[in-house]
Design a protein. Structure first.
Length: 160
């Protein structure tokens, strides 16, 4: 669990760098009607982490109710919610013993899966929506930070 949490925190640090460049006046922007807005994406990452992954890890049913702005609105409030849901999740996951990671649980679709594999999906979920957030921001002309430390141009230069 310690190794997983360290990796998850690195994933979260990269996501926070992207969130930091969100223009505060663009939280309600989406590329088309009835799709997640920028604010929805951030709220969704946080809500799913806490109300689905953490709850299932505890042996509970998920209690996800959505990610629209009635959940929390305004840049500072969204960031606070994002960080609070993460802190609660980390507290929950820290209490799980390593041997429990091999325990079989039922995923959302009823498939039996090891808890460790289910939690890896938490990281994949965040990466998936962070990538969407980067695309949204790029469509608005916002330069997003490099995720693994280098921009493509820098990798090309280092490859010569």
């Amino acid at each position: 669990m310690e190794t997983f949490l360290a990796y998850f925190e690195k994933t979260r640090a990269a996501t926070l760098k992207v969130i930091e460049v969100i223009p505060h006046d663009q939280l309600d922007w989406s590329y088309m009607p009835n799709k997640f807005t920028i604010g929805d994406l951030v709220r969704h990452i946080a809500a799913i982490e806490r109300t689905v992954f953490a709850e299932v890890a505890l042996g509970n049913k998920p209690n996800y109710t959505g990610c629209r702005k009635d959940l929390v609105d305004g840049y500072e409030n969204i960031v606070h919610y994002f960080n609070e849901m993460h802190a609660q999740t980390i507290e929950i996951l820290t209490s799980i013993k390593d041997e429990s990671l091999k325990m079989k649980i039922k995923s959302l679709d009823g498939t039996e899966i090891e808890l460790g594999n289910f939690l890896r999906a938490l990281v994949l979920h965040e990466i998936h929506h962070r990538a969407a957030l980067c695309i949204y921001l790029n469509l608005l002309g916002v330069v997003t930070p490099p995720i693994i430390g280098l921009m493509e141009e820098q990798v090309i230069q280092l490859s010569k």
